[in-house]
Design a binder for this molecule. Structure first.
Ligand code: ZN
Ligand code: FE
Length: 255
């Protein structure tokens, strides 16, 4: 049996996700952006919330924990490295840990940078990656707490996951990410193709999520910090990819 993922909008530009393990009937909210849309999705599906998996401490990912937990008694799992910043965590996890949701096993990977303790949840059997603000479609979260070296190293590990992996990220930022990506990597055919798809999805009011990791490996400049053409764009030919990554991140911040 499989993992079924329900995708819905929450807050102004967050995604909410329910991950439902068919075999056991367990259902996890991935992050807790807003109680209303999460409860509505549960009701629509007829699922009961049993778990809440938290990626990082930002308010738009944790605000509904208390309300959901008191309504459902769900187990709350989150990053040990941010335990002092997140209330109501029952279980603390870090890189290399496994979170079980019935028959589904999520590997926990540390992805520091957006926040220092940010983690992502990877179901390697079903091919689902819940990346929150560590990896967006055609972009990455702002580097609020980390430094370029570890942030790039975390992304390299995500990049090593199979191409067919479906990525569920925290926000619908794809269209503006595409504009920036095209400005620094204009000859990239995979990027141009993805940007066209994104434009048409958004024109139809559809989400650009989930997206196959394999497409993003070719099109997301932040996953291509070791590509010669991006180093060249920033006058950094031969430099450490982490340095190119830092230049791309800075470029996006000022775009
Ligand atoms: Zn965030
Ligand atoms: Fe966020």
């Amino acid at each position: 049996m499989a993992l079924i993922v329900d995708v819905f909008p929450a807050r102004s530009d967050n995604f909410g996700y329910l991950a439902h393990d068919e075999a056991s009937g367990r259902t996890a909210a991935i992050d807790a952006p807003e109680a209303g849309p999460i409860k509505a999705a549960l009701a629509r599906r007829g699922w009961t919330l049993t778990d809440i998996l938290i990626t990082h401490h930002h308010i738009d990912h944790v605000e509904a924990i208390a309300e959901l937990k008191s309504a459902s008694g769900a187990r709350v799992v989150g990053p040990a490295a941010e335990a002092d910043k997140i209330e109501e965590l029952d279980e603390l996890v870090g890189d290399g840990d496994v979170v079980e949701l019935g028959d589904t096993r999520f590997d926990v990977l540390a992805t520091p940078g957006h926040t220092l303790g940010h983690v992502v949840f990877h179901d390697s059997v079903g091919g689902h990656l819940f990346s929150a603000d560590a990896l967006f479609s055609l972009g990455v979260g702002r580097m609020f707490e980390g430094t370029p070296g570890p942030m790039w190293a975390g992304l390299e590990r995500l990049r090593a996951l199979p191409d067919a992996t479906l990525v569920y990220c925290g926000h619908e930022y794809t269209e503006s990410n595409a504009r920036f990506a095209l400005s620094i990597d204009p000859e990239n055919a995979a990027l141009k193709k993805r940007a066209e798809e994104v434009k048409s999805l958004r024109e139809q009011g559809k989400p650009t999520i989930p997206f196959p990791l394999g497409e993003d490996k070719l099109a997301n400049p932040f996953l291509r910090a070791d590509a010669p053409e991006l180093a060249e764009h920033y006058g950094l030919t031969g430099a450490d990819p982490a340095e190119v990554f830092a230049a791309i991140r800075k470029g996006k911040d000022n775009f």
